[in-house]
Write a protein that binds this ligand. Structure first.
Ligand code: CP
Length: 310
């Protein structure tokens, strides 16, 4: 297979296993290229891509922009905080105005779940979901599982614990879909107020004690507390959260087993993860960021070549 089955990347849920394998294979080639002295290829030379961000981002926005530039695409960046959205313009009007400037692809981050799906129904460009509210963050899950694949060779039977604020996390949902498609076993762990009530229906294990989750897993993917999405208090204080759910060296040392430590970022040092864990040899947090550029290059390259692209 050399083409994706989709013309937009809206979520991992819509991808086939073959799609994911094709993205990984393409990303491996791009990873090799971006480690050369000349990192740029002409693949998307006549393609214009708009990065439309209605929410804050460091990694995802910079990583998409770099991926686009490495592929020689023309790039424009939009940030809602400095745009005419502030003057009352709708999402659709904003994006249609951007498209009138002959844009071929839109990478969108939005706080509303389904915003990329809405755009995909109404505009002609290829849409890439860079995170929609609490729904999905597909390129994060692709770069996470790609990074695990590089470490373990295969994800079949790999035990992955996703620890933290599962309730408000698009990273957790996309990771669950990707990990299961690739044959891994998934556990979610956190205070029960931060675990969605029906999550076990997705076929994941649920654990409320972080020590037990760590004893079980090969990989711990640690998530931050998403205070910006919390309207009410789900636990007494960050200090208490760190005490009961923070992953620190003392806890990991007491388990006496090697666990690969991952985190999608941004990390809150001393809350969900201590500095001595985040910066340890077992942590691949910055490798994840590095792999993100290759994964996003692969996604953009393959979508541009999608049979339904035009
Ligand atoms: N992992 C992630 O989505 O980070 P940003 O919010 O900085 O893009």
């Amino acid at each position: 297979m050399s083409q994706l089955s989709v013309r937009h990347l809206l979520g991992i849920k819509e991808l086939t296993i073959d799609d994911i394998e094709l993205i990984f294979e393409t990303a491996s080639n791009f990873k090799e290229i971006i480690n050369r002295p000349i990192k740029k290829v002409p693949s998307l030379r006549d393609i214009t891509i708009a990065n439309v961000f209605f929410e804050s981002s460091t990694r995802t926005r910079l990583s998409f922009e770099l991926a686009e530039k490495r592929l020689s695409a023309d790039v424009i960046n939009f940030s809602s905080s400095t745009s005419s959205v502030k003057k009352g313009e709708t999402l659709l009007d904003t994006v249609n105005n951007i498209l009138a400037m002959k844009v071929d692809m839109v990478v969108i981050r939005h706080s509303s779940p389904g915003a990329p799906h809405f755009l995909a129904r109404h505009i002609k460009a290829n849409i890439v979901n860079a995170g929609d509210g609490t729904h999905e963050h597909p390129t994060q899950a692709l770069l996470d599982t790609f990074s695990m694949r590089l470490h373990f060779g295969s994800l079949k039977g790999l035990k992955v614990a996703i620890i933290g604020d599962i309730m408000h996390s698009r990273v957790a949902i996309s990771n669950i879909f990707a990990l299961q498609k690739l044959g891994a076993e998934v556990m979610v762990c956190g205070p029960n107020t931060l675990i969605p009530i029906h999550i076990s229906e997705l076929g994941v294990k649920v654990e409320l004690e972080v020590r037990k989750a760590l004893e079980w897993c090969d990989v711990a993917n640690i998530l931050r507390i998403q205070l910006e999405r919390q309207q009410i208090k789900y636990f007494p204080s960050l200090r208490e959260y760190a005490l009961y759910y923070g992953v620190n060296k003392q806890l990991l040392d007491s388990i006496k087993k090697e666990i690969l430590i991952m985190h999608p970022g941004p990390i809150n040092r001393g809350v969900e993860i201590s500095s001595d864990v985040a910066d340890s040899d077992h942590s691949i947090i910055l490798e994840q960021v590095e792999n993100g550029v290759a994964i996003r290059m692969a996604v953009l390259y393959l979508l541009a070549d999608s049979p339904l692209a035009n």
